[in-house]
Design a protein around this ligand. Structure first.
Ligand SMILES: Nc1ncnc2c1ncn2[C@@H]1O[C@H](COP(=O)(O)OP(=O)(O)O)[C@@H](O)[C@H]1O
Ligand SMILES: Nc1nc2c(ncn2[C@H]2C[C@H](O)[C@@H](COP(=O)(O)O)O2)c(=O)[nH]1
Length: 213
């Protein structure tokens, strides 16, 4: 149980967010290790639609978004059962809202409306993270990191798509701040803070998070 407080604060459910390649998985893994919290990690490599999606977004968007949604729903259901409902902290490399951020960008018309209804049915009653670590990164940074990560199906991602996602994330974070004032949002400058190469940058982030735990 999480009972390490003089003033009662909620048990940490931390989500690391940011656009593709911002450094979510890397930072979430480092934070989980540092705080000794269980890590909830995105399933990417086994996704059967990602490759096809990047070749033809319009054709494959609905299948891909549904696959991500169902996978994350199952993962979060397990996380709630195993950790959150038992008062145990957890760190995740995504927020469930990510599904809707992407779906608004990739789906149109009837399919978007069908997806919206299913998204709300599945997620409205799920516990949401109470701390969001948002890694803000510009296009040049994302492109560099995507190249560094080297997944073949991501190497030809349209920079315009990434640019729009950067804007979508900015909008989404602003909306979350307004809608959920109780959620702590910590914004990290992913362009200048290099927590991979510079341990002192990581320590800076840890100190910022500790203030809210
Ligand atoms: N702050 C950083 N500085 C330098 N390289 C980074 C940084 N964060 C992540 N990386 C590298 O960039 C690539 C993408 O990071 P990753 O954590 O997979 O991003 P995301 O999960 O947001 O898509 C990886 O190769 C990782 O090692
Ligand atoms: N269309 C969507 N694509 C998604 C979603 N979640 C992840 N992704 C893509 C983006 C990357 O190519 C890859 C891994 O994601 P990272 O954010 O960890 O880089 O999968 C989604 O919900 N919809």
């Amino acid at each position: 149980m999480w009972e390490d407080h003089e003033v009662k604060k909620p048990c940490p459910f931390i989500a690391v967010e940011g656009a593709i390649g911002a450094g979510k998985t890397t930072l979430a893994t480092m934070l989980a290790e540092r705080f000794n919290f269980p890590l909830l990690k995105e399933i990417v490599e086994e996704n059967p639609f990602l490759d096809k999606f990047y070749q033809n977004i319009e054709e494959w968007a609905f299948q891909l978004e549904m696959f991500f949604l169902c996978n994350r729903y199952k993962q979060l259901e397990d996380t709630v059962k195993n950790y959150v409902s038992r008062g145990m902290p957890v760190v995740s490399d995504y927020h469930i809202y990510k599904n809707w951020i992407f779906a608004q960008r990739t789906l149109q018309g009837n399919k978007r409306e069908k997806y919206r209804q299913i998204y709300h049915l599945l997620t409205d009653d799920l516990p949401k993270p109470n701390v969001i670590v948002y890694i803000q990164a510009e296009l040049a940074t994302l492109l560099k990191r995507i190249e560094k990560r080297g997944r073949s199906f991501e190497q030809d991602i349209d920079p315009g798509y990434l640019e729009r996602l950067i804007e979508d994330y900015e909008t989404a974070i602003t909306q979350i701040k307004a809608r959920e004032p109780e959620t702590v949002v910590i914004t990290i400058d992913g362009n200048t803070l290099d927590f991979v190469e510079h341990p002192e940058h990581f320590e800076q982030i840890v100190a910022q998070i500790k203030e809210h735990l």
